[in-house]
Structure formats: structure tokens, C-alpha cells
Design a binder for this molecule. Structure first.
Ligand code: GLU
Length: 313
């Protein structure tokens, strides 16, 4: 059986699935949901429904400074208003730090992460100095400068001293060591597409991200680590999310290999853009679900605006 994805394409990949497919919508509770989230949530639920699969909701709330219970409640309210139903209990990342700690410990034992002490200001200064000497500093797919090798190259005695003195540090992946640890090239099956139309079997090139953060200074995890641990623990078979996370999938695939986790299928969907062609932001209230509801929009209006055909709902 074939069925349409929200962005209008036939998806033979999903049709081949033998086990019960498990989809998830995983918003961060650091802002109100907007049309882009509505699209992602409705698409996940409609694909799960069409495939006879399960639809889970996960609250990504590791950032306790920006994620609040009020915003989380608003997410539940908006999704229910849209007509979505999900399994309970909902997995809330802030309640599962032990799971991330265990995964982090394995990476520490394998010596593929290192403690990084540099502050944002140190990093900016280091890069500015290097650029002033005429070296263009490499950037990641999001345009951020790659992390300098200073902490990676620190002598073990210096690392130990700083740790013993209680200097705050994050854990970063030693990208060279990590990619060397994995036998052969890694890839994933993509049934949506990337920013340049990449689809099908995609070769992962995690090295374009440099030494990514695995655990932030104040917690035993980061977005990348939690997302792969949770997808595995929740048995997610199909990751359907925005195209802005297409390149991050290379890091997720690498972590899955390093931690021996199963590999889901990926479908990166188009993003809903504003009238100026920019990605919607959580701070722009006018495309927020709550604001649209207050302005008189119905759930059917939202589904129509984001282009989810009733036939696949
Ligand atoms: N929590 C992420 C976000 O809101 C999505 C993570 C994912 O789908 O992998 O952008």
C-alpha cells in the first residue's frame, strides 16, 4: 500500500515496514507552537494513522531555563485542539537524566568525548584572532563556527587539574576519534528530502559539524544525545521532522553507531515559511496556534493552511 505524505509524495519506504511503525512529535517546551509545529504534528499523526502505527508525543525540555510547565501545558492544549491524540504517559526529557548519563558514560569510557572548558567568549576571541591572521574559520551547516581544537588538545594533566579544581566543563565529541571508531561509512534512508533535494540513501558526513556538544555544562546531555537515546528507548521507527534538522541527522547516525542503537527511517519535511520566506519563529505570535485560534481559525483551517489533506488524516 502506498500513501501520500503531507508534502504530496508517494512513500514506498513506509509501505515496506513490517513491524508496527512508531512515529513521534517532539517539540521543545521553550515557546508556543506555531503553524510549522502544527504541520509536523499533523503529518506525523496522519502517517502513523495511515500505516496503522503508533503516535507518541515527547516533550524536549532539557533546557530548564527556557522550558516552563505553562508552555508545556499550552502544547498539550494546542495539540488536543488540533484534534490529535497521543499515547500517555508522555516522555518528558527532564525526567530521564539517568538514561542520558548512562549513554554519556559509555562515550566517556570509549574516550571519544573530552571535557571542554572554553567559554563562548573564549571561543569568539580565539576565532577572531585566527581570522585576523587571515584564516577563514570553518562553519557548520547552521553557519556557526566549528569548535576550536584547544580543549581537545589539552594535556591530560591540565584537564585533570581543571576538573579537580571544579572548573565548569561541557563534554564534546572528539569528531576525529568518533568517526575513526566506526567501521565504514554511515548513512540513512531518507524519504523526505534535504535542503538540496537529497533523498534516498544519504551518506552521513558528521565531520561537517566538528566537535559537537554531547553534554552541556550544567547537565548530562544535549539535544543530540537525548534525541538518539529517546528515539531508541521509545522504539521510534520513523523520525518525521523539519528539514532544518536534515544535516543534524549525520550526528544522530554517528551517535547511534557509537552507542549501538537501532536506526529509524528519516523523513525531513518542508518547512512552513512566513510571507518573507523565513522560517517561522516562536517569538512571532501571529502564526502561533493560540493566536490563530483566538482570531477565529478552526482546526480544519489550520490543517488546510499547512496542506495536510483530510484524506490522509
Ligand atoms: N525538539 C526539536 C525541535 O523542537 C525537534 C527534535 C526532533 O524532532 O528530532 O525543534
Amino acid at each position: 500500500m502506498f500513501y501520500q505524505c503531507g508534502d504530496g509524495r508517494r512513500n514506498p519506504l513506509l509501505a515496506r515496514t513490517m513491524t508496527v511503525p512508531v512515529f513521534r512529535f517532539a517539540p521543545s517546551s521553550n515557546g508556543a507552537l506555531h503553524l510549522g509545529h502544527a504541520y509536523s504534528a499533523l503529518l506525523n499523526a496522519s502517517l502513523a494513522g495511515a500505516a496503522g502505527g503508533r503516535f507518541l508525543l515527547r516533550i524536549e525540555d532539557i533546557d530548564t531555563t527556557r522550558c516552563t510547565p505553562e508552555l508545556e501545558n499550552q502544547i498539550y492544549h494546542d495539540l488536543a485542539w488540533l484534534g490529535l491524540q497521543w499515547e500517555t504517559p508522555v516522555r518528558r526529557q527532564s525526567q530521564h537524566m539517568d538514561d542520558y548519563t548512562q549513554a554519556l558514560e559509555r562515550l566517556i569510557e570509549a574516550e571519544i568525548v573530552y571535557p571542554s572548558f572554553m567559554s563562548r567568549q573564549d571561543v569568539r576571541g580565539y576565532i577572531a584572532e585566527s581570522e585576523a591572521r587571515g584564516h577563514a574559520w570553518p562553519r557548520d551547516p547552521d553557519g556557526a563556527p566549528l569548535f576550536p581544537p584547544v580543549d581537545r588538545d589539552r594535556p591530560p594533566s591540565d584537564r585533570r587539574r581543571r576538573m579537580e579544581e571544579g572548573e565548569p566543563f561541557a563534554w564534546r565529541l572528539d569528531m576525529n576519534a568518533a568517526t575513526a571508531h566506526v567501521a565504514g561509512p554511515i548513512s540513512w534512508e531518507e524519504s523526505g528530502d534535504g535542503p538540496d533535494g537529497e533523498t534516498g540513501r544519504i551518506t552521513a558526513r558528521p565531520e561537517i559539524w566538528g566537535d559537537v556538544i554531547i553534554a552541556r555544562k550544567e547537565m548530562p546531555t544535549s539535544y543530540h544525545l537525548s534525541v538518539v537515546v529517546d528515539d531508541a528507548l521509545q522504539g521510534i521507527t520513523h523520525v518525521v521532522r523539519g528539514r532544518d534538522l536534515f544535516h543534524a541527522t549525520a550526528v544522530h547516525r554517528l551517535l547511534q553507531e557509537l552507542l549501538g542503537l537501532p536506526v529509524p527511517h528519516y523523513h525531513h519535511h518542508t518547512l512552513i515559511l512566513d510571507e518573507d520566506g523565513r522560517k517561522l519563529s516562536k517569538s512571532r505570535g501571529d502564526t502561533g496556534i493560540a493566536a490563530l485560534r483566538a482570531a477565529g481559525a478552526t482546526p480544519a483551517d489550520i490543517a488546510r493552511i499547512v496542506g495536510i489533506a483530510p484524506a490522509v488524516r
